[in-house]
Ligand binder design. Structure first.
Ligand SMILES: Cc1ncc(COP(=O)(O)O)c(C=O)c1O
Length: 397
């Protein structure tokens, strides 16, 4: 297949080694499923921080909008501006802490919703907004038990009441973040919910008009209707995963990410051959090894060494030896059909077989969020419809 244009060359390069395949249709489907769960009177804020949990933030936002997302949340100003530049027009909440005048000016310019945790921050935003004759909508974050951002909940009502007279700020939303909504024991969530309600009760009739109250993440959205309030902020479920094993199956979610890589070299080695750094694995029989072009620099945790497998045509092939920066080895002895250039699946579906982020996270002591966000920018993000089929082999000539 001759290389005929720079675009074609880019396409071949993207598919020559390893890539993340993103099924935007799955994100749209998951958003619809979540929409049905919350009903028509609750808004859905799609959390697309960290490059849409590794799926690509712009593509995720557009897919979520098609499924009925009303608004988006990101961690940083750069992420928020990035969404605007990719054509996202809906409200965008910045969850991170902004405290500089330039950041406030950027919020005004790009129509972004900042999170407020302190009165100093509110005064700064007010000064910048009044200087440009604008009225800036803000969301106040209450710390009800996360001990991260947010005003301590005991001071929440006082902060909101102190902001209300500032004519260049409008408290449009009040929110909090749950620390253990995915736990089997709902005790901490119940306490956080009581604290949230207590602040709202303290505001009473003096509540800002049209206040948007939001508390639920994916786990709370799936587990308990009474946590939905006026809006939910969903991340993980949008990408097709339940936040905990006991929440699996509640909604028919479809995983949106697959990670695939090519076999670049096959070799036969005798029994007793030490594999990879430190020879942590030795072959027990004459073996056929396949070298796969993906490693820990791409986001495959090194802790998974000899504890993971890959899928090929529905079969699981064990990974052996230490995972290296750019490559890993698999034992293909029982799979003579595997050939150089074949595509193997590290994460996601291959036919009816699947490897989930939870399988990875349990094997290396982390959480599915960490697995999804861990894939590096070296891996191109390809739309599922445009990714190569198993066995496709590009040639660069
Ligand atoms: C403040 C806030 N809200 C919502 C979410 C979404 O959480 P989840 O991915 O569990 O739905 C996050 C994610 O970390 C968050 O930090």
């Amino acid at each position: 297949m001759p290389v005929s244009s720079p675009e074609r060359q880019t396409m071949l390069l993207e598919r020559s080694r390893a890539w993340v395949e993103v099924d935007e249709g799955a994100i749209t489907h998951n958003t619809r499923v979540l929409r049905q769960r919350i009903g028509p009177h609750v808004k859905l804020m799609a959390v697309v921080k960290a490059n849409g949990y590794g799926h690509g933030d712009g593509a995720t936002a557009h897919a979520a909008r098609a499924g009925g997302a009303d608004a988006f949340a990101v961690a940083s100003l750069a992420e928020a501006v990035g969404l605007r530049r990719q054509g996202v027009q809906e409200p965008v909440l910045v969850l991170g802490h902004l405290s500089q005048g330039d950041e406030a000016r950027a919020c005004l310019h790009w129509r972004l919703l900042p999170t407020i945790s302190t009165m100093d921050q509110a005064r700064m935003f007010h000064a910048v907004a009044s200087g440009s004759g604008a009225c800036l909508p803000v969301h106040v974050n209450l710390d009800t038990g996360m001990a991260r951002l947010g005003v301590p909940w005991q001071e929440g009502a006082a902060l909101i009441q102190a902001i209300q007279p500032l004519e260049s700020l409008r408290v449009e939303g009040v929110y909090s973040h749950l620390a253990a909504a995915d736990a089997v024991d709902p005790g901490l969530t119940r306490r956080q919910r009581q604290r949230f309600d207590q602040v709202l009760a303290q505001l009473g009739n003096g509540q800002p008009a049209r206040l948007c109250r939001h508390l639920a993440n994916s786990a709370a959205t799936m587990a308990d209707d009474s946590l939905h309030y006026d809006m939910v902020r969903v991340g993980l479920a949008l990408y097709g995963h339940a936040a905990a094993e006991h929440l699996e199956g509640i909604l028919p979610l479809r995983p949106a990410m697959a990670v695939r890589a090519r076999v670049t070299l096959l070799k036969n080695v005798p029994a007793g051959t030490g594999i990879s750094y430190d020879h942590r694995y030795h072959t027990r029989r004459p073996s056929r090894l396949a070298v796969v072009a993906i490693g820990y620099a791409d986001g495959v945790p090194r802790l998974l060494s000899s504890r993971m497998g890959v899928l090929h045509r529905g079969h699981r092939l064990p990974q052996v030896g230490a995972i290296t920066m750019d490559q890993l080895m698999i034992d293909a002895t029982d799979h003579p059909q595997l050939h150089t250039g074949a595509v193997v699946t590290l994460l996601g579906h291959d036919g009816t077989a699947t490897i989930s982020p939870r399988q990875w996270s349990e094997a290396c002591g982390t959480i599915p969020w960490d697995v999804l966000c861990g894939f590096s920018s070296r891996l191109p993000r390809l739309s599922a419809g445009h990714s190569p089929q198993q066995g496709d082999q590009p040639t660069l000539q």
